[in-house]
Design a protein around this ligand. Structure first.
Ligand SMILES: CC(C)(COP(=O)(O)OP(=O)(O)OC[C@H]1O[C@@H](n2cnc3c(N)ncnc32)[C@H](O)[C@@H]1OP(=O)(O)O)[C@@H](O)C(=O)NCCC(=O)NCCS
Length: 168
């Protein structure tokens, strides 16, 4: 059985291994280690038979013309161990992570990722909502999801991830 729950300090080592095996390099695991100091954040693990097989992290982003009180989060990194990819673990992590962001009172979530993956959760190209990514990426890869209708209405411009991302 697959369980999704909040990460605890006992999971840190396992989460490092999940990120390293999914990405094939240590960069994202190190990024997660740095981001844990950021408040608020959402860090969930997927556990199967006592083993951590997936992980997702959300950290706050700022939006250039941010109206007061409109909080947005950035999804990522997210990782599932190679032997469990394609089995729905990632989808569970995304859905429960979005729910947790909603509970925190967050208005929306942005993601920089596969254009064929995130639209199934309701993400749309961020450019269409007037949001830009500071990194040089194709428009279709930078996406946004409003967690309540109109929650990001009136905000626009450059979206800034936490400075910890600049080190990757
Ligand atoms: C991306 C990732 C987290 C998805 O987790 P998962 O458990 O495999 O996802 P699910 O089983 O819920 O969904 C599988 C779908 O994701 C798609 N997918 C997975 N990796 C993909 C990739 N690199 N590019 C495009 N689509 C991808 C699969 O094609 C599949 O699509 P389908 O349902 O239309 O067949 C996982 O594949 C992974 O860890 N990849 C390596 C690390 C990574 O790229 N992380 C995301 C960037 S932060």
């Amino acid at each position: 059985m697959l369980t999704i729950r909040a990460e605890t300090a006992e999971d840190f080592e396992a989460v490092r291994r999940v990120n390293e095996s999914a990405f094939g390099r240590p960069d994202e695991a190190r990024l997660v280690d740095r981001l844990r100091g950021v408040r608020p954040h959402v860090s969930l693990v997927a556990v199967e038979e006592g083993r951590v097989v997936g992980h997702i992290f959300f950290s706050p982003v700022s939006i250039e013309s941010q109206a007061r009180g409109v909080a947005a989060m950035g999804l990522g990194p997210m990782a599932v161990v190679p032997e469990r990819q394609g089995g729905g673990v990632g989808s569970r992590l995304v859905r429960e992570g979005l729910e947790e962001c909603r509970r925190l009172g967050c208005g929306g979530v942005v993601v920089l990722g596969h254009a064929g993956y995130y639209p199934r959760f309701g993400f749309v190209p961020a450019r269409g909502k007037g949001l830009r990514c500071k990194w040089p990426v194709e428009d279709e890869h930078f996406m946004v999801l409003e967690l309540a209708p109109g929650a990001l209405g009136g905000v626009g411009g450059m979206v800034e991830y936490r400075p910890e991302f600049d080190e990757v």
